[in-house]
Design a protein around this ligand. Structure first.
Ligand code: NAD
Length: 402
């Protein structure tokens, strides 16, 4: 963020404000286990910067979660909401726990007690959480219900990514993948390359990677290799992504998919392709992978899949990287629409969601691409500069109180 602040010409005071979160709240979350014992977990909610609007960011349940990780993720959300120019600041939260080792009842009690502990921060005009790693629409419904009970009124705009039954939004689930594909199309267009028939390699076949594989194929691309945690599959003619989804849903492994050949997952990155999309892990493309990556375009569907060292190598090799804060911003953009819908009390139809999502991502891509050209810098640096400029403009417009 410091380099972006320097390029954006942001004053030292404002740059210093962006280096630290505005608010870090740490809470104890006592939960009665099914055994009757009480276990105390630690949770956090962080607001990085709220000059552009209420804090927006997911809630993560993970056994290795730390305060500094939550703060870093909150800062990324400030940048992400700014780069797509939606009226939110950056936030993030979570509880250090292993949800895989908890019953449904324990998970509900944990969610509700954590919500009570951070309730004074939450509100449609203050802080609007969403799902993140190991949380889903069911957890968001518990959070919403807890806030409603505490306040004695219905507050659907306090959370996004909630079930349709309580005011969720159609297309929310696939919005991140839709935004990624929009960026893929825009990048091929900007590079004057043909999308139809081009080859794509994908790591991750989950909530983002699954729909993404199908959407890339629907756009005319050949998805030639896909990896998940259990293995990888390869077909130079292009995989049948719907068939692969059925195969995986039925419990089959990637390597046993009859429509391709099993691939050693470590060889994924060397598969000849025009596009690589990491949609699984943070740090998946490290320096060693960057040296041998076959494709000349990377679109980051995952958060932080390219390490800083790998980023330098890819830049030296002339590989274009569309950064995560732009490429996977479709999800938070759909969250913004859900928040607006909840405030309006009137459901948006699917066509409106799709049109506005596409326009938002296209506008952000064009702005970042143009800035990258004018700065002679990577798309990542340009995206950070655009975002920091917008946050700084909001801080300066408000002035400092008192
Ligand atoms: P998910 O848990 O649904 O899927 C993760 C996928 O990664 C699975 O297919 C899993 O098998 C695969 N995977 C895990 N370890 C792997 C390994 N070692 N090698 C290969 N594949 C491996 O998660 P998701 O929601 O699809 O999120 C994926 C990434 O996208 C994360 O970085 C997440 O932060 C980011 N993201 C998600 C959303 C969203 O809307 N879900 C929005 C923005 C960013």
């Amino acid at each position: 963020m410091a380099a972006a602040a320097a390029s954006a010409g942001v004053g030292a005071g404002v740059a210093a404000m962006l280096q630290v979160p505005e608010r870090v709240v740490e809470v104890a979350v006592p939960v009665r286990r099914d055994s009757g014992e009480i276990e105390v977990f630690t949770g956090w909610r962080v607001h990085h910067n709220v000059a552009r609007g209420p804090a927006k960011g997911g809630i993560r349940f993970h056994p290795a979660l730390t305060a500094s990780e939550v703060s870093a993720l909150a800062a990324d959300m400030s940048l992400k909401t700014a780069v797509v120019d939606i009226p939110f600041g950056g936030g993030k939260g979570g509880v250090r726990c292993d949800p895989g080792a908890m019953s449904l009842g324990e998970l509900e009690r944990l969610t509700r007690r954590y919500t009570v502990a951070i309730a004074s921060l939450l509100g449609p005009d203050q802080d609007v959480p969403a799902p993140d790693v190991n949380t889903d629409e069911r957890v968001m419904a518990w959070l919403l219900d807890t806030v409603d009970v505490l306040h004695g009124r219905s507050m659907p705009a306090v959370v996004t990514g909630k079930p349709l039954a309580v005011g969720g939004m159609r297309l929310h689930a696939g919005a991140t993948a839709s935004g990624v594909v929009r960026c893929v199309r825009a990048a091929f267009g900007a590079l004057h390359r043909d999308l139809v028939g081009a080859r794509a390699v994908l790591q991750g076949f989950g909530k983002v990677g699954g729909p993404l594989a199908f959407l890339l194929q629907s756009a005319g691309m050949r998805v030639v290799a896909v990896a998940d945690v259990g293995g990888a599959v390869w077909n130079p003619g292009g995989l049948d992504t719907a068939g692969l989804a059925d195969h995986v849903t039925a419990g089959g492994s990637m390597g046993s998919f009859p429509g391709g050949s099993a691939l050693d997952p470590t060889e994924l990155w060397e598969v000849e392709a025009e596009l690589t999309v990491p949609a699984a892990l943070e740090g998946a493309i490290d320096a060693a992978v960057a040296e041998r990556l076959a494709s000349a375009l990377v679109v980051e569907a995952a958060n932080g899949p390219v390490t800083p060292a790998a980023d330098e190598i890819l830049a030296r090799r002339g590989t274009i990287v569309v950064p995560d804060i732009l490429a996977n911003a479709g999800g938070v953009t759909a969250s913004y629409f859900e928040w607006a819908q909840s405030r309006q009390g009137y459901p948006w139809d699917e066509a409106l969601v799709a049109t506005r999502l596409g326009r938002t991502i296209d506008d952000a891509f064009s702005t970042v691409w143009a800035r990258s050209q004018s700065l002679g810098a990577t798309l990542r640096h340009a995206a950070n500069v655009v975002a920091v400029e917008r946050i700084a403009a909001a801080i300066e417009a408000r002035g400092l109180f008192p």
